[in-house]
Design a protein around this ligand. Structure first.
Ligand code: FES
Ligand SMILES: [Fe+2]
Length: 423
């Protein structure tokens, strides 16, 4: 089926034709990154039909703790109810549709709409609606629920009535990698919202390669090997010394994981399933412990019951909107929340052991330094990319071999868009 979606001005875009015109091995055409109409199709057809990472359980520690997330014009409340169950609801009142909660996060007893005071329990049921006629059935007007899954402390939602069914398979693969970090015993040490002046796909694509790391991320490459994504025989001569260190550090990490029964090998399924993902535990450079300039731990209290700080980085990527790094001493999560065709919120959250004491076991500035700097650098790269792809002179150029995950992402995205067009 060919679906024509309205674009800005007098133009009209044929999304099916745009998808069909994509040249394999090259980035997407300009309208995919710039058109409000394509953005609307992304939200309705791709983001609403996949599992979105929106929060960690550590942000919802007590009954009544809530947060709100927005994706395009959707708004969702995620709340821990009085029975300690984490739930998600559309942030839309069942009376006349007002946005109910404005705050990004907080704590509530009941969920009260500020317009005419309809009052909902934390499990979404309607408790009170004033001045309704006899026979009004409150049980018919609870908040509309949103599908939610918690995977080892990570909270995902799906806006579609029928979410992708492959997510449980993915969770079963990923959870054993995460469990040693015991995210349910963590707390939020810091959270930073960064609005990037770029389309959400540019933000995701930028994260899928380290082609830009060597020159672009001086703090990150103190510990993150800039050979990420390179095939063994394609590593440039200048990166060979780093690769030799990587091989030695990997051998040590493999021994440490084998001794502890921790999974570490890469599982990569980035294109052929809806809930596409990649997970792997890999060694870090420097002291090999954490994302700091010297590679030493940033928190003295290790996560869970881990007995060694040298357990590298467990890196997880989930499409469409997240990546994660779990270290022995802390975890850092990244949630990509599209705002408009050319603006994207990136929410970064640092988690430490729930008993770690700020100022004693960790210093927030030290803990967050590398990824705050890296995020700002990435944000600048993405903004430049957005400017470039918005130019009439833009022509998609070829991906490098080490950008194969970017290619996988864009191909996955086009497959989801084709599914949307066929719905
Ligand atoms: S719209 Fe919420 S109470 Fe009226
Ligand atoms: Fe980057």
């Amino acid at each position: 089926m060919t679906t024509t979606v309205p674009a800005t001005g007098a133009d009209r875009l044929d999304l099916a034709a745009l998808v069909a015109a994509r040249e394999p091995g090259r980035p997407l055409a300009s309208p995919f990154y710039t058109s409000p109409a394509v953005f609307d199709a992304d939200v309705a057809g791709v983001l609403a039909h996949t599992w979105l990472f929106v929060a960690t359980e550590a942000e919802l520690r007590e009954p009544g703790d809530f947060l709100t997330v927005e994706v395009g014009s959707w708004s969702v409340i995620v709340v821990r109810d009085d029975d300690e169950v984490v739930r998600a609801f559309h942030n839309v009142c069942r009376h006349r549709g007002a946005r109910i909660l404005d705050e990004r996060a907080g704590s509530v007893g009941n969920i009260v709409c500020g317009y005419h005071r309809w009052t909902y329990a934390s499990d979404g049921s309607l408790l009170h609606a004033g001045d309704q006629p006899a026979g009004f059935d409150k049980s018919c007007f609870g908040l509309r629920s949103v599908h939610l899954r918690v995977v080892a402390g990570l909270v995902f939602v799906c806006l579609a009535p029928e979410p992708p069914t492959d997510f449980d398979e993915v969770a079963a693969v990923v959870a054993p990698y995460l469990l040693p970090h015991q995210l349910h015993r963590t707390k939020v040490a810091a959270q930073v919202d960064l609005v990037e002046e770029a389309n959400w796909k540019l933000v995701m694509e930028n994260n899928r390669e380290c082609y830009h790391c060597e020159g672009g991320h001086p703090e990150l490459i103190c510990t993150f090997f800039p050979t990420y994504g390179y095939a063994e025989d394609a590593i440039p001569a200048r990166l060979r010394p780093a690769h030799e260190r990587y091989l030695r550090a990997e051998a040590e990490l493999e021994r440490a994981c084998e001794e502890r029964g921790m999974p570490y090998r890469a599982v990569e399924d980035l294109q052929d399933r809806v809930s596409a993902f990649r997970v792997q535990r890999e060694a870090l450079d420097g002291a090999g412990e954490s994302y700091t300039l010297d590679g030493r731990s940033a928190s003295r209290r290790l996560l869970g019951d881990l007995d060694s700080p040298r357990l590298g980085r467990l890196s997880l990527h989930t499409q469409p909107n997240a990546w994660f790094h779990f270290l022995a001493d802390h975890a850092v999560t990244f949630s990509v929340l599209p705002i408009s065709a050319d603006r994207t919120l990136v929410r970064t959250t640092w988690l430490v052991h729930e008993d770690a004491e700020e100022g004693v076991d960790y210093d927030v500035e030290h803990l967050t330094h590398v990824w705050r700097e890296t995020n700002e650098q990435d944000s600048a790269f993405c903004a430049r990319a957005q400017q470039g792809v918005s130019s009439p002179a833009y022509l998609p150029g070829p991906y490098a071999a080490s950008e194969y995950q970017v290619d996988a992402f864009t191909s996955w995205y086009l497959d989801r868009t084709k599914e949307h067009l066929a719905r």
